[in-house]
Design a protein around this ligand. Structure first.
Ligand SMILES: Cc1ncc(COP(=O)(O)O)c(C=O)c1O
Length: 381
């Protein structure tokens, strides 16, 4: 597969900015921002907004979101955040006393508090899985899954260090013991290939403002077929059967729109955000997730070699997401390292004792050269 050529021209990133922080906030393309601005401007003249418009944007986007994860369109619901999606999952996964909920050490807080809450409501036990010795995080999780496991909640990679989870193996093990599998793919969707047909999760949550390069406040929830008759977090008019007939909305009905639409968030038909979200997803699908994975993987492998030359080691290839590079920082690292790099026009984040380096297709060779040179400089001064 050919690597994707640099896409900087699509973004509004000046030459003196080296942005290695997609994992915090993916930049939007200029086209995506324009689509959002046009959408927002529709409210200047609301008389042009048609009743059918409440459905058009969502139903154009739903199949595209499904395509990202190999799902059927019916399995996709709109969600503003991971916490919202996981709250929906928690509401629809009955657990009982004696069962365990497995999460990973240092997991993202939205994917921890939800399960703390479910554990205290049901009497289930929340167990945090960490590694011992040279064990990989994925192996640690696999060996923790057993007959008492009621639910496993994790991601494709860990957000702090990029440690890769073998989701195919985790999915198989969950099915063997009858445990539910809930995934937060925020730090991988759009950058690592994933297929719900292979992994067979119960729920998948994705916030789209990072690797999908979409606006903040956009995202989606995948719901497996066996949960599509479940209970949504909120009771909204547009998720009901016949909602397109505005004149008859007061003919209240208990029937929902088909598939996972019952789980759509309130005011899902956001005229400003959805066009930008759609443009972003079309761009990612146009590049192709497999091609993005390969391109970022190759670039990060080369960058990891350069970091090794200045004494910084990353997780080995195959045990980390290829799009994610998190070298351990030496003990002597200046406390203000990321602030110093920012002054050099290099944007990167620190998570615990690691530097989190997340480039994308907008990253140029000269960005990388500057980053490595400035990092090497600050590590010795
Ligand atoms: C792994 C992961 N999940 C979720 C989120 C965002 O969560 P929420 O949408 O609940 O704000 C982040 C943000 O950094 C993240 O890294």
């Amino acid at each position: 597969m050919p690597l994707i050529p640099n896409q900087r021209r699509l973004f509004d990133i000046p030459d003196d900015v080296a942005y290695f922080n997609t994992a915090t906030m993916g930049p939007m393309t200029k086209a995506s921002v324009e689509a959002g601005q046009k959408g927002l401007a529709r409210k200047l003249q609301p008389w042009h907004i048609q009743e059918t418009d409440f459905f058009a944007d969502t139903e154009r986007l739903r199949p595209l979101l499904a395509e990202l994860i190999g799902a059927d369109t019916d399995g996709i619901a709109f969600s503003p955040s991971v916490s919202y999606s996981l709250a929906t999952a928690a509401k629809n996964l009955p657990l009982s006393k004696g069962q365990e909920i497995l999460i990973l050490e240092d997991q993202f807080p939205s994917n921890v508090y939800t399960w703390r809450d479910l554990a205290s409501a049901t009497g289930a036990t929340l167990r945090t899985v960490g590694t011992r010795g040279n064990e990989t995080l994925s192996d640690a999780l696999l060996s923790a899954i057993g007959p008492d496991t009621g639910l496993v909640a994790c991601g494709h990679i860990r957000w702090t260090d990029g440690a890769l989870i073998d989701l195919a193996a985790v999915g198989t093990r969950c099915r063997e013991v009858g445990a539910a599998l809930v995934l937060d793919l925020t730090q991988s969707c759009g950058a690592l290939q994933f297929d719900v047909k292979t992994i067979q999760p119960d729920f998948v949550a994705v916030a789209a403002y990072k690797w999908l390069l979409a606006p903040y406040g956009t995202g989606f929830l995948y719901v497996a077929p066996q949960h599509r008759g479940g209970t949504p977090l909120e009771q909204n008019w547009i998720t009901r059967e016949g909602a397109s007939n505005f004149a008859r909305l007061i003919d209240y009905t208990d029937a929902y729109a088909p598939g996972a639409q019952r789980f759509d968030m309130g005011e899902r038909s956001n005229f400003a955000l959805l066009p930008a979200f759609e443009e972003a997803v079309r761009t990612v699908l146009g590049w192709g997730v497999a091609n993005i994975e390969e391109t970022l993987g190759a670039r990060n492998a080369a960058l990891a070699d350069r970091l090794a030359e200045i004494g910084m080691s990353c997780l080995a290839e195959g045990t980390r997401g290829g799009h994610y590079l998190c070298p351990a920082l030496p003990e002597s690292v200046p406390a203000d390292l990321t602030a110093r790099l920012k002054e050099d026009g290099v944007f990167v984040s620190r998570r615990g004792d690691r530097l989190r380096i997340t480039q994308h297709l907008f990253t140029t060779e000269s960005d990388t050269d500057r980053f490595v040179a400035r990092l090497a400089h600050h590590l010795v001064t």
